[in-house]
Design a protein around this ligand. Sequence first.
Ligand code: NCD
Length: 334
Amino acid sequence: MRQHLLTIESLTRAELEGYLLSAHNFVEVSTRDLKKVPALRGKTVINLFLEPSTRTRTSFEIAGKRLSADVINISGASSSVVKGETLHDTARTLEAMAPDVLVVRHAESGAPVQLARWLSRTSVVNAGDGMHEHPTQALLDLLTLLDHFGGGAPHTDLAALQNRTIAIVGDVRHSRVARSNIWAHLRLGNRVRLVGPPTLVPATLADPATWGGEHGVEVVHDLRSGIEGADIVMCLRLQLERQKEMFIPSATEYSREFCLSEAVLRQVAPSAVVLHPGPANRGVEISSEVLDGPRSLARAQVTHGVAVRMAVLFALGASAREESIAERIERDVR
Ligand code: NCD
């Protein structure tokens, strides 16, 4: 078992399966009356969130608490980072308190990898770094899709998810969610289409060299042909906070061409399911009819987010023990 979870790019298919199988078991814990297992009793989890977050931060906190870990939350505004402390000094301060797991969200791509180099006795989890990766988001998206395509039955492999076409629509350029999902679906051998205006979905993203030589990424600059026949449509938020120059004329113009509507889905991808990582800009990248409608898996994504983060904290927080994940689940969860 690896010490850290930093990217999906670095995970093997077997590792992806391991996390999903474990998460599948944890879904049930959250349906119990007493939603707590003793798996991480005596362990400390620090959530260091130096960028805004609702879902990810809350679900890591809930996940840690449901595993009985001691959870400490530090957010940007309340940390010494605003007083000018460097990331290295923050790392040294935190390490001196001996946390078992450090969950980090940071505006700079690569910050969690850097922290992992500095911290020798702590497991680091990337909860979203700049425009780079958001591995737990991709895992919860996979779990949601596995649940949907597998009809809710328990799964031990990813077969139910294979041979699918996923269209990722919107601000791919700035999206760590997109990058982690592209790696995940390429690893499964799925077809990936990236859909949006050329400024937000540059043609270079179709170059196999961008994805370690793996083929299967297509770039399409038109919504209708981009989502045509897709099994899965993932809608991304316009990341206006990361756009240092103007990549689109205005949100209104963008929505005229790329807002995902029920009408267009019905015409070209009638059986597609829709994912959105949230937070959503209703009427900009997705219509309320789609987001709140029957093909949307957005609520299930949030629910699965807790289970996936339990699986990740469990795997890393208890990694000192010489047992397999299956053995530990048997002992600590059942
Ligand atoms: C995403 C993020 O922060 O990367 N949100 C999330 O974690 N659920 C996507 C976004 O901000 O648009």
